[in-house]
Design a protein around this ligand. Structure first.
Ligand SMILES: *Cc1c(COP(=O)(O)O)cnc(C)c1O
Length: 378
């Protein structure tokens, strides 16, 4: 049997993509806010029902731009249980990360935020990790009391809705990534959704070197970078967008099979999905606790032997990476320190078959010590 991959990109029909890019050879416009980028922006705005949207070359640079455009200074409370991009963006923008703890949603816990606020705190910058929303209501209540900006790293959360609203409608700014391995991709790509429409002009400046164009000459207003989405990326986004709903539907079905089949296995704990949230099922994380009989790392290794690829996201907190760990950043990461050792992400993507999911579940049941014992005939 062929190895079951941990993840696979959602790709459109080859012919559809070729058809979409053909006009680029007629217009000669490959980048710089061309027709396709503008159309992709409109389609996304319509799809998400959000007016304020801007597109970028990737998610990471759009987060840096978001932080710079708000002209923030001081400390930012964030979660260390994330892809390193979140922390890098904060530090690259001249801000000081303060690492809070996570709760059972894998996201920043509101209690830990309050205990870390000082008179230097300017913002909360935190992910919806695995596409699972953080506790938006509590976070925004705290932000209001202490007058903090809220920026969400929604890189993994495209397509997640709360009470029927896109997750991009919350906070001051939300960043999304359209990188190849996300649930929805434009090869690479980034998007900011935001509340204050005056930010649009800032984002346009920052993603194009800070240049303003006058009648006869140009000028530079801010220290911008180059973070423009190009036409080939937008074309991929345009042909992939109509496929997104079905991709999520297939993933949801897989998640349901996982939940059903894993629920009786001692020590294997899927996330507790809430009814008012439409998840995008970007990942399928489980917590492997002691009762399972072998550790998360041993399970990862075993599954590999059985031809099943899984991912240990995130087996290191960002504040423990060598660049960050000796810089004396404040951290309060007791539960995160534990979560990082017990979390495993099972394969989930539209092309994964039900048979493969069942094989994965049967294997998890078989290799856990406690369960193997329990399942022996009496
Ligand atoms: C993928 C990802 C990013 C970076 O997005 P890119 O588009 O690859 O730059 C940032 N944060 C998180 C949590 C991610 O998963």
């Amino acid at each position: 049997m062929e190895m079951i991959k941990a993840t696979r990109p959602a790709m459109p029909d080859y012919g559809e993509y070729v058809k979409e890019i053909a006009s680029i050879w007629e217009t000669g416009v490959m980048t710089n806010n061309g027709d396709k980028v503008r159309r992709f922006r409109e389609l996304l705005s319509e799809y998400l029902q959000i007016k304020n949207i801007d597109l970028f070359v990737n998610g990471h640079s759009s987060m840096v731009i978001a932080l710079q455009a708000l002209q923030l200074e001081g400390e930012v409370i964030t979660s260390p249980f994330t892809f390193v991009s979140t922390t890098n963006a904060i530090v690259q923008s001249g801000l000081t990360p303060v690492f809070g703890d996570v709760d059972d949603s894998y996201n920043l816990s509101p209690e830990s935020i309050e205990s870390l606020i000082t008179d230097k705190t300017c913002a909360i910058v935190t992910p919806h990790i695995f596409g699972i929303p953080c506790d938006i209501e509590s976070i925004e209540r705290i932000a209001e009391i202490y007058d903090l900006k809220v920026l969400y790293d929604g890189a993994q959360a495209f397509g997640t809705n709360i009470n029927g609203n896109s997750i991009g409608r919350y906070g001051d700014i939300t960043m999304f990534s359209f990188h190849a391995i996300k649930v929805f991709n434009s090869i690479e790509g980034g998007m900011l959704t935001y509340r204050d429409e005056s930010l649009h002009r800032q984002f346009e400046l920052y993603r194009n070197f800070g240049i303003t164009y006058g009648e006869s000459s140009s000028d530079v207003e801010v220290v911008g970078m180059n973070a423009k989405m190009n036409e080939f990326q937008a074309a991929m986004g345009i042909v992939n967008l109509p496929l997104h709903k079905n991709e999520v539907k297939k993933r949801k079905r897989i998640a349901q099979i996982y939940c059903e089949r894993l629920k009786d296995i001692t020590g294997i704990n899927p996330y507790d999905y809430k009814l008012n949230i439409d998840y995008n099922y970007a990942y399928f994380p489980i917590k492997v606790t002691e009762e399972y009989g072998i550790t998360r790392n041993e399970l990862w290794e075993k599954l590999k032997e059985y031809g099943i690829g899984t991912r240990k996201l995130y087996d290191k907190l960002t504040c423990d990476y060598c660049y960050y760990k000796d810089r004396n950043y404040v951290r309060k990461t007791k539960y995160a320190d534990k979560i990082k050792d017990i979390t495993l992400d099972l394969p989930i993507y539209g092309t994964l078959t039900e048979k493969e999911v069942e094989y994965i579940c049967d294997t998890i049941k078989k290799v856990g010590k406690a369960n193997a014992f329990r399942n022996k005939p009496a």
